[in-house]
Design a protein around this ligand. Structure first.
Ligand code: T46
Length: 135
């Protein structure tokens, strides 16, 4: 499994910094939804699911968070701690987010509107689903 990160450009001057994200330019899909995760308590692990069709780019704009990605055959972890790093998470990838630092803010750009039917929230069901997809 290849870890894909999209580098985002930081515009900085004496006032501070600004990072812009444009669909089909900075990230490869049209952005249908943006959400952000804040106030995650220490020790909490979020995620524990995959998506059947959703593509996303995750950016930790403040603090740090560990992302674990699993394609059904291998599992990799990435630490996001740079607001210029856009981590691509495709469909059919099990994801877990853990080790949120205090005040961490994780912004997610998503290719589709929210749809609970797109989630696979059971790991064994995920393994079965990806094996079927790959055959
Ligand atoms: C993902 C990871 C990175 C909504 O109503 N609308 C939304 O757009 C989203 C994303 C969630 N919700 C509701 C559904 C739940 O009642 O917010 C609640 C928390 O969602 P969830 O438990 O799925 O959150 P995470 O942090 O486990 O996962 C989220 C995304 O759901 C998921 O797509 O890839 O962040």
């Amino acid at each position: 499994m290849e870890i894909i990160k999209y580098p985002l450009q930081m515009h900085g001057d004496y006032r501070g910094h600004l990072v812009a994200v444009e669909e089909k330019k900075d990230i490869p899909f049209e952005i249908k939804r943006v959400y952000y995760i804040v106030d995650t308590a220490q020790g909490v692990v979020r995620g524990h699911h995959a998506h059947k069709s959703l593509e996303q780019v995750l950016v930790c704009v403040h603090g740090s968070v560990k992302i674990t990605l699993d394609d059904g055959t291998e599992r990799k972890t990435v630490v996001l701690d740079d607001p210029c790093d856009g981590l691509y998470v495709s469909n059919n990838i099990w994801r877990e987010m853990s080790e949120f630092s205090e005040h961490a803010v994780l912004i997610v750009f998503a290719s589709k509107f929210y749809d609970e039917n797109d989630y696979i929230r059971d790991y064994d069901e995920f393994l079965k689903y990806v094996r079927e997809q790959n055959n």
